[in-house]
Design a protein around this ligand. Structure first.
Ligand code: NAD
Ligand code: MG
Length: 377
């Protein structure tokens, strides 16, 4: 179950990964193209269109930066684009904004063969994917992620959806894109804090199943933080390979896909307890993973040395390694609300070692409290 080949690619050219659903009869396999500056390579997009017209969903932050480049490149290939520009923010990942997309698609007479492009971070990707899954009972869509988090995580795997007033990501669909186009050059304009938040999910892949990648990240963290294009491309590729393998094996999260939630049980409690938006998701996952490592040690799974390396790598990435101070009982309460609770038991993803995760539902609450007391600021 582990990727064992060493990392050997160091060039800056485009690389392509295929997400393969071997168990399904229809071929829903799709490519993930990764490269520096590939936003202008419209032939990649054009190759999978069924019509010389696309709708591009973006937001008021990303559109001024990258929409013109994309639509001009498409226009050169004879493809007309309909821009749909939404307000920026997690607060807009809701039914009203979704309706704005439908309004624009209908007004512009978009058809079953019109492909919808998502140009932006995870919020735009999730909204657009859900719109594509439901508009005319499903139209093709392409992910063009522009945050590190979206390039390594949210654009791959087919989870789409919106928030409900009573919970995050509560309404949605599994719907796979036709293609993912990750241009690492778009990350040049990403705020530092958002870059680091994406790195938290990258580290996660190393921890749950790819020890060689974890070691590589330990060695290359400074170059990753400085946005060295070759290092970014490698980190994105390796992350997507890991996520693609997990998703292909378990598309609808009935098994191994749950391992992707390492650090997320504590993390969601932090995000929720502090009020959404105060901590970025990746920041909460970083601290949550350090807590999960501490809990794994208390469960006699991982050793001290590995726990220290985990603490060190998040610190190197400039991510939080302690949870904010709340009453431990409050944390337990918040964790009981988590989606991964099944039959009243909170399930945790723990680590046997760096590179091997395991799901456990048998954790004594005293140990969780010990971890919280040790790992709060
Ligand atoms: P985001 O989409 O809110 O983007 C973060 C900020 O960066 C926004 O202000 C955005 O406008 C801005 N931005 C985007 N690209 C930029 C660029 N190139 N330069 C400058 N600014 C840029 O946040 P995110 O972290 O990308 O995604 C978070 C969302 O993704 C959440 O809603 C989460 O639920 C979802 N998510 C989904 C999955 C999934 O599997 N579908 C997985 C993880 C997260
Ligand atoms: Mg996450």
């Amino acid at each position: 179950f582990q990727l064992t080949q060493p990392i050997s690619y160091t060039d800056q050219s485009m690389r392509t990964i295929t997400v393969e659903f071997s168990s399904s009869s229809e071929t829903r396999n799709y490519p993930i193209h990764i490269g520096n500056g590939i936003l202008g390579q419209a032939e990649l997009v054009v190759s999978c269109l069924k019509q010389q017209r696309v709708a591009i969903v973006s937001n008021t932050t990303v559109a001024p930066l990258y929409l013109d480049r994309l639509s001009a490149a498409l226009e050169q290939k004879g493809v007309q684009s309909i821009p749909i520009i939404l307000p920026d923010g997690e607060a807009y990942k809701n039914w009203d904004t979704l309706n704005q997309i439908f309004d624009a698609l209908l007004k512009n007479h978009c058809e079953r063969t019109t492909t919808i492009l998502a140009l932006g971070g995870g919020v735009i990707g999730d909204l657009t994917g859900f719109a594509a899954a439901t508009y005319l009972r499903g139209v093709p869509f392409i992910q063009i992620p522009t945050t590190l988090l979206a390039q390594v995580d949210s654009s791959v795997g087919g989870k789409t959806g919106i928030n409900h007033a009573l919970g995050k990501n509560m309404i949605g669909a599994f719907y796979q894109p036709r293609m993912v186009l990750a241009d690492s050059a778009t990350l040049d304009t990403l705020p530092d804090r958002e870059l680091r938040a994406g790195i938290a999910e990258i580290i996660k892949y190393g921890l749950i199943r790819d020890p060689a990648f974890f070691e590589w990240l330990e060695k290359n963290m400074q170059r990753l933080l400085s946005r060295d294009p070759a290092i970014l491309n490698e980190a994105i590729q390796r992350s997507c390979e890991n996520k693609a393998e997990i998703v292909a094996a378990d598309e609808k999260e009935s098994g191994v896909r749950a391992l992707l939630n390492l650090g997320h049980t504590f993390g969601h409690a932090i995000e929720n307890g502090m009020g959404y938006g105060v901590w970025l998701h990746g920041e909460a996952v970083a601290a949550g993973t350090v807590l999960a490592a501490d809990l794994s040690r208390r469960m006699k799974l991982i050793n001290e040395a590995d726990v220290a390396r985990i603490h060190a790598i998040f610190q190197q990435a400039g991510l939080p390694v302690k949870a904010p101070r709340l009453k431990p009982e409050r944390y337990l309460e918040l964790m009981a609300l988590d989606k991964k609770v099944s039959a009243g038991k909170t399930r945790f993803i723990l680590l046997n070692r760096i590179g091997e995760a395991v799901m456990r539902a048998d954790i004594p609450p005293e140990l969780i409290i010990d971890t919280l007391n040790t790992c709060m600021t």
